[in-house]
Design a protein around this ligand. Structure first.
Ligand code: PRP
Length: 209
């Protein structure tokens, strides 16, 4: 039995579709249910930011989560496979026409990704005042709460519609299959079997595109 933590929403749906292709059976959560039990798997529906916690503490053996979230949280889990889905960037955004000026004193940066932001500016020896927000990050520079934001950009529509633009990309992210370190030893055959089957699907998709 493998326990699989999936983030609610699109990624869970896409991952279950991959499992359906591999095992030729339907995997569907009943309305509002958070656990799906099947003979070989137990799927858990959790918040995106909680996937790595479930896996790290071995409440789940494996999970699926964005690289951006893994980098932000820094939990010690095995990154097994890039699923080449959910591709997005973590970028610095500013009001249109404004330029990055690292010499400016008192740079204020609004973000929900405090650790990624901290690391980025520390590596450049730039001291910044990081303002932690939980959402609607694009609002901060518009009303003078911050000079810039560090946020996830997928289509770029949210920044554009709020008069912001990307001035620099920090990282590219996509969803990863992750595993608990102990599970990876104790259930190695099962986990590697899943890994190989998913990898075949991903590789076939890459070839087609
Ligand atoms: C993210 C991010 C942006 C938006 C970017 O928020 O914070 O607001 O998506 O997407 P776009 O480039 O396609 O416009 P998300 O929808 O994940 O919600 P969140 O605020 O809960 O993270």
């Amino acid at each position: 039995m493998l326990t699989v933590a999936l983030p609610k929403g699109r990624i869970a749906k896409e991952t279950l579709e991959i499992f359906e292709i591999i095992f030729g059976e339907g995997f569907k959560f009943d309305d509002r249910k958070l656990i799906l039990e099947t003979p070989n798997f137990r799927f858990l529906l959790v918040r995106n930011q909680d996937v790595a916690t479930y896996v790290h503490r071995q409440a789940a053996d494996i999970g699926v989560v964005g690289l951006d979230t893994l980098e932000e949280q820094g939990l010690d889990v095995i990154r097994l496979l890039d699923l080449k889905r959910g591709i997005c960037k973590v970028s610095i955004g500013m009001r249109k026409g404004e330029k990055l000026d690292f010499d400016k004193p008192e740079i204020k940066v609004a973000t929900k990704m405090v650790n990624i932001t901290k690391r980025y500016f520390e590596e450049r020896a730039v001291s910044v005042d990081i303002i932690k927000l939980y959402g609607s990050i694009e609002l901060a520079p518009l009303i003078g709460l911050a000079d810039m934001i560090v946020d996830v950009v997928e289509t770029g529509a949210t920044m554009k519609q709020n008069g912001l633009e990307v001035v620099e990309d920090i990282m590219t992210s996509s969803t990863y299959l992750i595993a608990n370190k102990n599970s990876y030893i104790a259930k190695k055959d099962k986990i590697l079997d899943i890994y190989e089957k998913i990898n075949e699907i991903i590789k076939a998709e890459q070839k087609d595109s």
